[in-house]
Structures are given as structure tokens and as C-alpha cells.
Write a protein that binds this ligand. Sequence first.
Ligand code: NG1
Ligand code: ZN
Length: 533
Amino acid sequence: LLPVDAIRALADQHQKPANVLFQYGTAGFRTLGSALDPVMFRVGVLAALRSKKLDSKTIGVMVTASHNPEPDNGVKLVDPRGEMLEASWETHATNVANAPTTDALIDALETLVKNLKIDLSKPAKVVYARDTRPSGPALVASLEDGLKALGADARNAGVTTTPVLHYLVRAINTKGTKDSYGDDTEEGYLEKLSSAFKQLVAGKPALPPLVIDCANGVGAIVGQKLARHLGNSLELQLANTAIDTLGALNNACGADFVKTQQKLPPSLASVLTPGQRACSLDGDADRLIYFYLDDHGQFHMLDGDKIAALVAAFVVELTKSAGLEGKIQVGIVQTAYANGGSTKYLSERLPVKCVPTGVKHLHHAAEHYDIGVYFEANGHGTVLFSPETLETLSTYQPSTPAQSTALTHLRNLTNVINQTVGDGLSDMLLVEAVLAHKSYSGVEWNSLYVDLPNRLVKVVVPDRSIFKTEDAERRLVSPPGLQAKLDELVRRYEGGRSFVRPSGTEDVVRVYAEATVRSQADELAFRVAGLVY
Ligand code: NG1
Ligand code: ZN
């Protein structure tokens, strides 16, 4: 039976105000930190139930609002293999979070336990962490009350990045098995990534120092530890590390700023020398965008699409050199936001699939390839090696020294890459390893293909739920007639492409447009926005 008295006593301290509706969306629950107290308590209870349902496997809880402004916060659950919460539980989470009273909450929980046949006698295990937001400590305390109400065995992983929490979940659940993912500590994570990186770049000329814009967030903490682990294999120059300065998080810096503004964070103007590589993390360090200034001081951005192109080409090259061509197929997953230039370049070389926005869609599609490379244009992504591919890589007998070297590189890649989720720091090491192998600076990397000028705009509409899409969000089916008008407009622009979709994380509709010329991309975006409004 549910410990109703314990739940009741604690739930009364975290009551849900009337007139607010919470929704477990693509990034979990996300809203103003000050509104999240009741949600956190309930997520604690839910995480414990999910663990019991999965035979006492450890479930993760991450408290973060990623690239959002500092006053926001959020929470999401992580499934046992370090992946996003299974979709059906998103609905359960939404129901539980919205129960209006303590009695209603207990009813909702009892229904859940009954419908899902959860065995309450099983122990519950949960690991949780938070980013550096000022609202974090109080929200974690509410979460702990929820865990306590169910008597969960809870481990506090402290202040760390979202990808470290995902890593921990997988490492804890595979501990002592043949699939062991590494030591189940942040230290174990740093050790795993840095030692694979050192082996990958051994013997290559050292790259010049890399500037990292830490968005004044948790990436500064973990980035600094990573720098120590890397020693002289790669020199990191951390910038925007003011984690204790109120209002600094994600403010005029970070991966989202760089991607959406398409410009240098002003704070880096005095730090960066011409030609020097730099990258930005977001507030929880799961996104990564590279950039550099050329000799004329002009800004050039290398986004998630450019990372995918660089990495995919390298992986293909290694599989060929290892003699595994034809045995291991590399594929790419993108969303409609991928730059048309990247889609053209990649699909001329590899299978490319387009899926709806949201990591779970990308991740699942990438699992269908032997090696699946997925990146959102905004810099969130990773590379997945299928279990069969991992098996092939560990048992394959190379027949030449060149094949053997390539095979070792591939094995090291599987360790430098965080395969549970997109990881800014892991992706950074991956990019740096490829650049070292290819002797590329940002300039050569950037010249793989040319980005089409593009514009992303937000439109506030009375009701975004009337916008419904098909074909991986590339076409609207509702409101009726709108897609036809959009098609008619796009036809008038050279290289024009545009689509409209409701955001899953904000109460807005997003309009994306690209065209061969900058002014045309801007004009198209604003005219489509005019149609939507
Ligand atoms: P929405 O708000 O649904 O567009 C945004 C990003 C996604 C993803 C999620 C989760 C864009 C255009 N959209 O989703 O790619 O990162 O947030 O954080 O960047
Ligand atoms: Zn993030």
C-alpha cells in the first residue's frame, strides 16, 4: 500500500495553487522557479514510483532550465539507461502534477499504482542533481520531501551538468555488469572522457588553446575539473564562469545566445584573438556551438549541423580505414531546423532522416543506424553506436597496422562520446579530436559547406494548439488553408524554405525561413509570421 499518511503530511507542505496548469513537455516541467515547489515534491514521488515499476532500477532527476533565463527552472526524469523518460509517463507526470488537492493527489497516485500494477514492496532508487540556478536548493529540498514520502533510497549528485546526471544513471544501473558504463561518479565521467581523448590525440600536434564560454553556469564547474584531467593534451581557457553573480546565467552569452543572435557574446570581444577557436555551452552544458573571428574581425558560427558534418565524415573515414566499410552503416538524423546547406551536403554522402523536434525523436531515430549521428542545429546532439556495432568493434580482427590504428580510434570514440544524451563537454572533446586529426582550423571546418542565410522568429498567438503539423513538422495541416498560402509565398523566394510549428517549451509559434540571400531570408520569415499572426 501507498504510505498515505507520510505522503499527506509532506504534500500539505507543498500545495498546488489553483489556476496553474503544469505540463511535462519535451524538456520536462519548465516554468518560473518560484512556481515549481509543488511540482518538485510530486516529481520526487513519481521518480520513486518509476523506480519501483522498473524493478528498483535507479531513476535520475535533473533540476535545470537549461538555456532559459535565470529565474526559470525545471525538472525532468531520466530513465535507467540514461535516456529521456518514456513517453507514456509524460502523461502520468502531467496528471500527478496537476492534482488540485492533497486528496486528489493521493487518488491520482493510487490510480497510477493500480493501473500500472506497480509493486510497492520493491525498493525505490533515485539519483538527482541540479544546475547553478539560485532557485535550485529550495527546489531540491521539495524534491527530497517527495522522495522521503515514499522512503526512496536517494543519492544527491550535487551541482553538476545534465549530461553528467544522465551518465551517472547509466553507470549506476550497469555497475558490475559486462555493459558497465564507467565509474558511477563525476570523477569517473571525467576520467573516462579525458583518457579516451588523450589516446585519440596522442602523437598529434597540440591544438592552440580553446576558449569556452560557460554561460556563467554549471559548465564552468565541470569544465574546470575537465581542464585538470586533460593536462596538456588540450588547453582550455574558461570564460563566463561567474556562477555566483545574480542575473549572469545565460545572459548575453551561452550557446542559445550565439545560435539565435548569430553573434559573438560581447564578453568575449576582448578575449578572442583572430582565428582562435571558441565554443559556447548552455546553462546546463548539454549544448555546444563553436565560432571564431576571422582576420577582419568577422564572426563565423559552427552550429550543430556543422558539428554533425565534421563528425560524420570522420567516423565514415575511420570505418573505411578500419576495413569495416559495408559492415557498419553511418546515418544522420536532423530536424527541420537543420540548415538546408547541411542537408544538401550530408544527403549527397550519407542516409539522412528528418524527425520532429525533441531529443527523444532524434535519439530513437539514431538508434536505427549502426552509427547514428544526431544533432539539432542549436548544438544539442551525440553519436550512438548500436550494441551490434560495439560488439563488432570489440571483436573485429584488423589485418593491417593502418586498420588496427583506425579501429583503436573508433573504440576511443565510443568512450569520449556520451551516448546517453547530448553533452556539450563530451561533444567538445569529440570536435577537438577530429580537428586535431584533420589539422583543421575553424576556417577549413567551416568550408565543408556554406550555410544558407536563415531567420527564426517567435510569434505570440492567442492559441498555439490550433497549429498542427505533418511530415516531421515541415508542413501545416491546421489551421486549414495556411500551408497553401505559405507555399505560394515561399515560391517567390530563390532557395526559399519556410515552416511553422508550435513550440513545445514556450507559449509561442516558431517561424523558420531560409533563402539564398540574407535580406530575402529575413523578409520571408517576417511575411510568414504575418500569415500566422
Ligand atoms: P521548442 O520550444 O519546441 O522549439 C526547443 C528547441 C528544441 C529543443 C527543445 C528542448 C529550437 C528551435 N527548439 O524546442 O530544439 O532543444 O527546446 O530544450 O531550438
Ligand atoms: Zn541545455
